[in-house]
Design a protein around this ligand. Structure first.
Ligand code: HEC
Ligand code: HEC
Length: 218
């Protein structure tokens, strides 16, 4: 009987340990979206390219450096100038998150500090080509997929359920066919101002990849 109780205790201890560590990891991930970091930064599972890829940041920067960057980017970079980071030129324009709570700041910085190249390499492969273009062509500045991106336009997490491949292609190259520019449009119970720009000159392969990816979101 004693043995049984011990095994049960061990089991609960293991479950508690794992759920605890998963929760800690996911909360940093949630904050990375909540504060729009993901709109400008890649962290191995999607994100924008306005700022540097942070997939290796844990290797090169200290926790306190990361916290300072979140609160006051001006302490490291001069706003409006151009800066070369990891071989790429960026326009320095990261906003300071001065009103972030100290709890959120700590969690977010600790989460980012855990990132090293090794853990990310695997994740890169998981990003479909269509999602890459979705970010590069800035669709993510207005649309959300699975909680990533902004709410200027409709959430596209399930767009493939009721829209065909050709409908989506038309929406990308000529939204006027579906919506009257400058007018309000109600989509899935939300009203949006119709402002989606037409991407008339998008390369055919890129258009196909994005449309195919969106159509696959059921
Ligand atoms: C509007 C786009 C934008 C947003 C939103 C944004 N950043 Fe940045 N970030 C940048 C840019 C551009 C740089 C390059 C330096 C600068 O602008 O200060 C940068 C630089 C950084 C760096 C330094 C990278 C390096 O390799 O030196 C870190 C760390 C960072 N950002 C973290 C964050 C975190 C965490 C958030 C969310 C709280 C965030 N950023 C939100 C655009 C953004
Ligand atoms: C400036 C904001 C903005 C950008 C950038 C943008 N969209 Fe949109 N999108 C909207 C808005 C607003 C709507 C609502 C209808 C409209 O404006 O045409 C919309 C509608 C859509 C719809 C139809 C949604 C539905 O449920 O009917 C799709 C699909 C779509 N966008 C895909 C894209 C893709 C793909 C890109 C990138 C190539 C993109 N959008 C870029 C704002 C934007």
């Amino acid at each position: 009987m004693k043995k049984l109780i011990f095994i049960a205790f061990l089991y609960f201890a293991i479950v508690l340990f794992y759920s605890g560590s998963c929760f800690a990891a996911s909360s940093g991930r949630v904050l990375f979206k909540k504060y729009y970091c993901i709109d400008c930064h890649e962290l191995g599972y999607g994100g924008g390219a306005v700022g540097p890829d942070l997939s290796r940041i844990g290797k090169t920067k200290s926790l306190s450096w990361i916290k300072a960057q979140i609160l006051h980017p001006g302490s490291h970079f001069i706003l409006g100038t151009k800066k070369k980071i990891n071989g790429k030129i960026y326009l320095v324009r990261m906003p300071g998150f001065k009103t972030i709570s100290s709890g959120d700041l700590n969690k977010l910085a600790e989460y980012i500090k855990t990132f090293s190249q090794k853990s990310i390499k695997l994740n890169y492969k998981k990003v479909p080509a269509g999602l890459k273009f979705f970010r590069e062509d800035n669709c993510i500045a207005c649309h959300r997929i699975d909680g990533m991106g902004r709410n200027v336009g409709p959430d596209l997490s399930h767009i493939g359920r009721n829209k065909s491949l050709s409908w989506i292609e038309t929406q990308i190259i000529n939204p006027k066919v579906h919506f009257s520019y400058g007018m309000p449009a109600t989509i899935n119970g939300h009203t949006y101002l119709v402002i989606m720009p037409a991407l008339k000159n998008i390369p055919a392969a890129q258009l196909k990849a994005i449309a195919k990816y969106l159509e696959s979101l059921k």
